[in-house]
Design a protein around this ligand. Structure first.
Ligand code: CU
Length: 677
């Protein structure tokens, strides 16, 4: 305990640099003259074949001379973080290479964050890449990859750098073991191969019909990156406050659940049921996935009861935690450790509640409200071996990369989503006055193009799935079916009967209209299943306006990742050719993949309501936000929209006339078709 206190004191005294300290362009500040191309090349080389030793002489030399040439003045904190980590290393306290890493393991997380802190203290890129080269050699590769990724995301040193897709850096977490075995065989026999990956399980398991969603590598990259953009361990001493992190936690997972439900409905499955601590976990799961080192991910049979997990929590603790949170919702306030109350009966309440439920370091009282989400992930991950009798490695639920493969992920999140809903339902519904946008009306909604989804085949590289030697190097890849859709555009005819131009936000949702039995949802049921399709700002001039918005412009999505191989090629060519890289478009890895913007349709069309809301909101220029801001915000800056996430469908709708009689609100019925026409 004493040691812990000491450590936090040291860190506090070191005073984290603020973002502006890093903006190297200011005169008098340390400037990094390294081009983005060179940085990209360094990052690529650090991550290339992460399980093998570095083969690049430059990085090896940097690693080998690192300690002998260590100059602590090159770190912002005078070397506090680096000296602490070096001491841990020399005391043999750090996890070795070739071992499982899980962020939910407190000690491993501590080690990864010690490295992250070293990186964040580097004044220049040179120092960063030298430190990285050294620790790549001496630290656990899982911890290294995690620390490197979160640094590139959060440190201004990482600006402009594209993070290689994780499914090619650590393919084991994204690829079935059958395919990994084939990759090994190909490598051993020096025979190139491209292997078709099927989704886990058999057709006997109804859940398998939606495995394409939970196992989609792009969706998994979105999920794991979101948790890197908004880490639960983040403290503002790292340089800035992350705005509305708790609310985004709610919203991103709510949207994942809504999208999953829509996929279920298109496959004739009912919407997902919530998990309960007292009932059986209905659906088992066999992951068919192995760690690179550490064996197979544990499986879980159907219909088992939750069991206490040794060293993690008792089921009873989870029930108590849930009770305390729901008690806070019913009362409308949270109690902090000093016994003071924090009001949550307002629009900001959801943000605090998100911090509490995850829990993140922003939670006002972890001792009392626990860590419902994080502990539940571990509890679920361990149900195959709750006593640790069989020395099984962590389950898929203990990694953000793999969690959505397990159908119980969505059941767990539905359970938490219902708690958030309880809070949202405690508010008065929006009134006509709340929704009104005087003088503004939506006259027409038209769609250019057909709403059509289809499956296509996608290939990704498995080079890193096998081990390497000087003598063998063959092309190995996996092919996997994935959802895509045809491009389309919305045309909104909007009248502004005011004399002056008005500033407006346009909010677009797509809502399934019927349950799996064909029964129509009421507005109040249906609104909770709505998928956020887009949100953007426009200035509406007086009179008639035609607003055109392409599906590819959506603020909830991002483009496909660039493959690691192409990324390496581009960086190498740029460095050799002496020009810089501009891959800005690929920098953000958080966001629903573009191709999954539309939920899957049905062969003969699936009915949805397309709901559009024009609301009076201050204008924000597209250039001021990332293309993925709706679910992923803006790094280090306030979330661009000031209204509650999900507005105006976030509150109860006991009377749909409030919406139907608001001219700035309009919906049309649409059909989404599936399959090539
Ligand atoms: Cu998550």
């Amino acid at each position: 305990m004493k040691l812990l206190v000491l450590c936090s004191l040291v860190v506090a005294a070191a005073a984290w640099p603020s973002l502006s300290d890093f903006q190297g362009d200011q005169p008098g500040k340390t400037q990094s003259l390294v081009t983005v191309a060179k940085k990209q090349q360094d990052v690529n080389r650090l991550l290339h074949r992460i399980y093998d030793d570095v083969t690049y002489p430059e990085l090896n030399a940097a690693a080998d001379t690192f300690e002998a040439t260590l100059d602590v003045t090159r770190y912002k904190d005078g070397g506090v973080a680096i000296l602490r980590l070096l001491k841990e290393l020399h005391d043999h306290r750090l996890a070795s290479r070739h071992r499982v890493f899980s962020l939910f393991n407190a000690r491993q997380r501590e080690e990864a964050l010690m490295l992250f802190e070293v990186f964040m203290q580097c004044q220049t890129w040179e120092e960063f890449s030298r430190s990285a080269a050294f620790f790549r050699k001496h630290m656990n590769e899982g911890e290294f990859v995690y620390a490197l990724y979160v640094t590139i995301i959060h440190s201004p040193l990482g600006k402009g750098i594209v993070l290689p897709p994780l499914y090619e850096v650590t393919p084991h977490l994204f690829t079935n073991s059958e395919i990994i075995n084939k990759a090994y065989a190909a490598q051993m026999t020096n025979t190139p191969g491209s292997f078709r990956m099927n989704f886990t399980g058999s057709r006997r398991n109804p859940e398998q019909q939606v495995a394409y969603f939970g196992e989609d590598i792009g969706m998994n990259v979105h999920h794991v990156t979101w948790h890197m953009d908004f880490p639960f361990w983040w403290t503002d001493s790292y340089g800035h406050h992350i705005d509305r992190k708790g609310e985004l936690f709610f919203w991103v997972h709510h949207q994942l659940s809504a999208r999953y439900n829509s996929e279920r409905l298109s496959n004739w499955l009912d919407v997902v049921d919530e998990l309960s601590w007292e009932n059986v976990i209905r659906d088992g799961f066999a992951p068919h996935t192995s760690y690179k080192f550490g064996g197979e991910f544990p499986a879980r049979p159907d219909n088992i009861r939750f069991t206490d997990v040794r060293g993690v929590a008792r089921v009873r603790d989870m029930v108590i935690t849930e009770y305390r949170i729901r008690d806070a919702i019913a009362r409308g306030y949270i109690v902090n450790p000093n016994g003071e109350t924090i009001d949550i009966s307002n629009d900001h309440g959801i943000d605090i509640l998100g911090d509490v439920i995850e829990s993140s370091t922003y939670s006002p009282n972890v001792n009392y409200y626990g860590s419902l989400h994080n502990t539940a992930h571990i509890m679920l991950g361990r149900q195959g071996d709750p006593q640790g009798k069989f020395n099984m490695p962590p389950g898929v639920m203990e990694h953000f990369e793999t969690a959505t493969r397990d159908p119980s992920f969505f059941r767990l999140h539905k359970y938490m989503d219902n708690i958030f809903k309880e809070h949202k339902d405690s508010f008065d519904p929006y009134s006509k006055d709340d929704l009104a946008f005087p003088g503004v009306s939506i006259e027409s909604i038209n769609i250019d193009g057909e709403l059509r989804t289809y499956f296509e085949e996608f290939e990704f590289d498995l080079e890193n799935a096998a081990d390497h030697s000087e003598f063998s190097d063959v092309e190995i890849s996996a092919r996997v079916p994935r959802l895509n859709h045809k491009e389309f555009a919305y045309n909104f005819g909007i009248n502004n009967n005011n004399d002056d131009e008005v500033e407006a936000a346009i909010r677009v949702y797509l809502c399934p209209v019927r349950d799996a039995h064909g029964v129509e949802f009421t507005w109040d049921q249906g609104r909770w299943h709505c998928i956020e399709m887009d949100k953007f700002w426009r200035k509406l001039s007086s009179g008639a306006n035609m607003v055109v918005r392409k599906s590819s412009e959506s603020s909830v999505t991002r483009p496909d990742s660039m493959s690691f191989k192409v990324l390496r090629q581009k960086a190498d060519e740029a460095v050799t050719g002496g020009y810089d890289l501009n891959l800005e478009k690929y920098v953000e890895a958080c966001g629903i993949p573009d191709r999954m913007l539309l939920p899957k349709g049905k062969t003969n069309g699936m009915d949805f309501a397309l709901m559009v809301f024009v609301t009076p909101d201050a204008h924000i220029d597209e250039s001021e936000v990332n293309g993925n801001h709706a679910h992923c915000g803006r790094h280090g800056q306030p979330y661009p929209d000031t209204r509650p996430m999900g507005y105006p469908l976030d509150r109860r709708i006991p009377d749909k006339r409030v919406f139907l009689e608001t001219p700035s609100t309009k919906f049309i019925n649409v059909k989404i078709f599936h399959g090539e026409n």
